[in-house]
Design a protein around this ligand. Structure first.
Ligand SMILES: O=C(O)CCC(=O)C(=O)O
Ligand SMILES: [Fe+2]
Length: 321
């Protein structure tokens, strides 16, 4: 039997060129790692985490007052609204989760290219019952954007590109901050129904905060034909790359399949789980095509060039119908 892949923990408070090199070594094997010493202030992260829990504890009608609008991507998604497995065209029941989603909002001076981009830059919805929710989420969104930009610079180093290679491709990115609540399961799941079905993320990179003590996130290891746990680790954030980065690198870096499994039935302790992924994206009109530094002599690009925005919107709509 092959040894399962290791998902390393990397301190990023070091020379970005050295860290980028370590990212490259890891991402050639598996599209996931954890980071520590990432500079996100604890109070910004913890206040956001706590107000989010209060949001999910609100009565359903309060949550529905900020429900996602038809065709939109932001606001509250009730239980079973999304099936991530369907983003890969697999047939699967709705995921056993509810979520709240925030986008960049309307950005002054940015003129969307078309209606789809305008929907990604539409106004956010905020729950009236929690006045502190909006400023606290905006602060965490800003901290995640700053961290994502730093990681993209490190990625450029790891890919032998100029440090600012991605800068003009991510300066108007429609990134999304999401909070997910996976409630206790009082009834058995349907066949093939998970907390989050197997999927790859769609964008450049994802920054995920998991709840300590609530396992469930697993990544696919094709070499050993197994699912490998990513344990929630104090102070660490999980980083994974999405499909756009895999396309950019011609699969030198893999957009790894992952899922969130159901808790054991009849557990004596609470199995409610909260997580907060920040899905970083490239600009809507950024052309994502094989990077010359990722093409070995004699190789041809595996993917057609795509515009980042329509690729993202196409995948989201498959998952939420
Ligand atoms: O909740 C988690 O730990 C991961 C969720 C996830 O992979 C996603 O929403 O894309
Ligand atoms: Fe994911």
């Amino acid at each position: 039997m092959t040894t399962p892949i290791a998902v390393p923990t990397i301190n990023i408070d070091r020379d970005p060129a050295v860290v980028g090199r370590e990212f490259d070594e890891t991402l050639r094997e598996v599209g996931f790692f954890q980071i520590v010493d990432h500079g996100v202030p604890d109070e910004v992260a913890d206040r956001c985490w706590e107000v989010t829990r209060s949001f999910f504890d609100l009565p359903l009608e309060e949550k529905l007052s900020v429900e996602r609008q038809e065709g939109g991507l932001y606001g509250y998604f009730p239980m079973l609204t999304e099936s991530l497995a369907q983003s890969l065209d697999a047939m699967a029941p709705g995921d056993l989760k509810e979520s709240f989603n925030m986008g960049p909002g309307v950005v002054a001076g940015h003129k969307p290219a078309d209606e789809t981009e305008a929907s990604l830059f539409s106004a956010n919805r905020w729950p009236a019952a929690l006045p502190e929710f909006k400023p606290v989420w905006e602060a965490y969104y800003a901290a995640m954007s700053t961290l994502a930009n730093r990681l993209m610079t490190m990625f450029a180093h790891g890919l032998d590109l100029p440090a600012d290679f991605f800068a003009d491709k991510i300066d108007r990115s429609p990134s999304a901050l999401r909070a997910i609540n996976y409630p206790e399961q009082s009834a058995p799941p349907e066949d093939g129904q998970l907390r989050a079905g197997a999927h790859t993320d769609y964008g450049t990179l994802t920054i995920l905060r998991q709840e300590l003590g609530r396992a469930g996130l697993q990544v696919r290891d094709d070499h050993s034909d197994a699912w490998v746990d990513i344990p929630p680790t104090p102070g660490a954030l999980v980083i994974n790359i999405g499909d756009l980065m895999a396309r950019w690198t011609n699969d030198r870096w893999t957009s790894t399949l992952h899922r969130v499994v159901n808790p054991d039935a009849g557990s004596a302790v609470s199995t409610r789980r909260q997580s907060m992924p920040f899905f970083h994206n490239a600009n809507y009109s950024a052309l994502v095509e094989c990077l010359p530094s990722s093409l070995a002599a004699g190789e041809t690009p595996k993917y057609e060039p795509v515009l980042a925005g329509p690729h993202l919107a196409g995948k989201s709509h498959k998952a939420v119908g």
